[in-house]
Ligand binder design. Structure first.
Ligand code: CA
Length: 367
C-alpha cells in the first residue's frame, strides 16, 4: 500500500499535469485505487469477418471502437480491420486466441470445426429470435456457458449484435419439394449447413466477400446471407432468380465480440467496464439498424429489381424442421459441451416460447 499522507504531501501540480515524486517504489507504478498516476494509453487491433464498413455487420465494430475511444477519453484506441486485411475472416478466432489481435468481431458458428458448441451461440434452426437470444445470454445463463466454452482458448466473448430473423436465401432454381435440396451446393454455415447435409445437400463455407462471385459463376447453386439490407448491398439479386423465406436456419443469429483474455486483464477496471458497456450498446444498436433498414431494402428488391420473393412450401419447412431436431440430437450425443449448452438453450426456449405465445405472437396476429 502506498503511504497516502506522505505521498499527498509531495504531490506537485505542475503545468496542468499531476506529477508524483518521492513516494517510494510504489509511487512509480500506475495506481488505479489511490493517487492518480499518468494514465496509460492502449492501442488495440480488432479483426473482423466482414468487408470493411459493410452495412450492419461491418459498421458495428466501427461504432464500438468510436464509442470506446470517446468514453475512455482516448485511453483505449481500437483500430478495426476488414476480413483479409490482417487475417482472413475465418481466422478471426485464432488471431484473437493467439493475441495477433486483441479483439475480433465475427459469428461463433464459424468455429464449429474447432468448437462444436460455439454454434449454439449464433443460431439454432427453428430456435430463438433476437430478443430471446439476448434474454438467454444476459439473464438465462447463456453468457456464462459461452465464457466457459471459450475459456480454453484464452478468449472472452461478448454478444456483438443480432440481425433479427434472416431469410432462407438466394436460389438459382425453384424449391418445390424437399428433393430439390438433394445435391444442392449452398453456402450455409453452422447447424443449418448440417441440416442441409442431412437432407442430401452440400453445405459450403464461404465468407461474405466470396458470395457474389461464387453464386454468379455457378460454383454454388444457392446462398443464404442475412436479409434484404445486406443481400442488396452484395447485389445477390443479380446472381440468382429466387429469394426464399422463412429464415428457418437463422431465426435470430447473434454476432460476437471476442477479446483476448490476457489483453482484457491488462486493462484497468474502468476500461474493462467501457468494453462491457460498449459491446452491450452495439449489440442492441445492430438490431435497431436492421429493423429500420430491412423493409426499405426489401421494397427496393421488389420494386426496383423485380426480385421473385416467395416462401418455402409448407412441406419443405416441415421436413427441414424434422431434420433439424435430428441434427441437434446427433450433435448433442457427439459432444458433451454441446449437450450441456443445448440443454440450457432448449429449456430457455421452451419457457420463453410459452410466454411469447400469449404476448408477442398473439399481438402480431391481432395488430
Ligand atoms: Ca446468415
Amino acid at each position: 500500500m502506498i503511504n497516502m499522507k506522505k505521498c499527498l504531501s509531495v504531490l506537485v501540480l505542475l503545468m496542468g499535469s499531476l506529477t508524483l515524486s518521492a513516494c517510494g517504489d510504489d509511487a512509480a507504478k500506475p495506481q488505479s485505487d489511490s493517487v492518480q498516476a499518468p494514465q496509460q494509453t492502449f492501442k488495440w487491433k480488432l479483426v473482423t469477418a466482414w468487408p470493411k464498413n459493410f452495412p450492419g455487420l461491418g459498421r458495428a465494430p466501427e461504432t464500438f471502437a468510436k464509442n470506446v475511444e470517446r468514453m475512455s477519453n482516448g485511453r483505449l484506441q481500437i483500430k478495426v480491420y476488414g476480413a483479409g486485411e490482417i487475417v482472413p475472416g475465418f481466422e478471426v478466432f485464432d488471431a484473437v486466441s493467439q493475441g495477433t489481435a486483441e479483439m475480433g468481431h465475427a459469428a461463433a458458428y464459424y468455429w464449429k470445426g474447432k468448437v462444436p458448441a460455439a454454434q449454439l451461440f449464433t443460431a439454432i434452426p427453428f430456435g430463438m429470435n433476437a430478443t430471446e437470444m439476448n434474454g438467454w445470454f444476459h439473464y438465462g445463463g447463456g453468457m456464462e456457458l459461452w465464457r466457459e466454452v471459450y475459456k480454453p482458448f484464452g478468449i472472452i466473448p461478448f454478444a456483438g449484435g443480432n440481425t433479427g430473423v434472416q431469410l432462407a436465401g438466394w436460389f438459382k432454381k425453384e424449391i418445390n419439394s424437399i428433393d430439390d435440396l438433394k445435391g444442392l451446393k449452398m453456402r450455409i454455415p453452422g447447424l443449418g449447413g448440417e441440416v442441409l447435409a442431412k437432407l442430401g445437400g452440400v453445405p459450403v463455407a464461404l465468407t461474405g466477400g466470396e458470395l457474389f462471385t461464387s453464386l454468379q459463376s455457378g460454383a454454388i447453386d444457392a446462398t443464404e446471407w442475412v436479409g434484404p439490407y445486406n443481400d442488396l448491398a452484395f447485389g445477390l439479386y443479380k446472381a440468382a432468380d429466387y429469394y426464399y423465406y422463412t429464415g428457418w436456419h437463422e431465426p435470430g443469429p447473434a454476432l460476437e465480440f471476442t477479446v483476448n483474455e490476457k489483453a482484457f486483464n491488462s486493462l484497468p477496471d474502468d476500461l474493462q467496464a467501457i468494453i462491457e458497456i460498449a459491446t452491450r450498446a452495439v449489440n442492441q444498436d445492430m438490431l435497431d439498424e436492421y429493423t429500420a433498414k430491412n423493409n426499405e431494402a426489401m421494397q427496393s428488391l421488389l420494386k426496383k429489381h423485380n426480385v421473385d420473393m416467395r416462401p418455402f412450401p409448407d412441406s419443405v419447412v416441415a421436413e427441414l424442421k424434422k431434420a433439424s431436431l435430428a441434427v441437434m440430437q446427433e450433435q448433442a450425443a457427439a459432444d458433451p459441451m454441446f449437450a450441456k449448452v443445448y440443454k440450457s438453450y432448449a429449456e430457455f426456449q421452451k419457457g420463453v416460447t410459452e410466454y411469447h405465445r400469449i404476448s408477442e405472437w398473439e399481438y402480431y396476429k391481432n395488430r
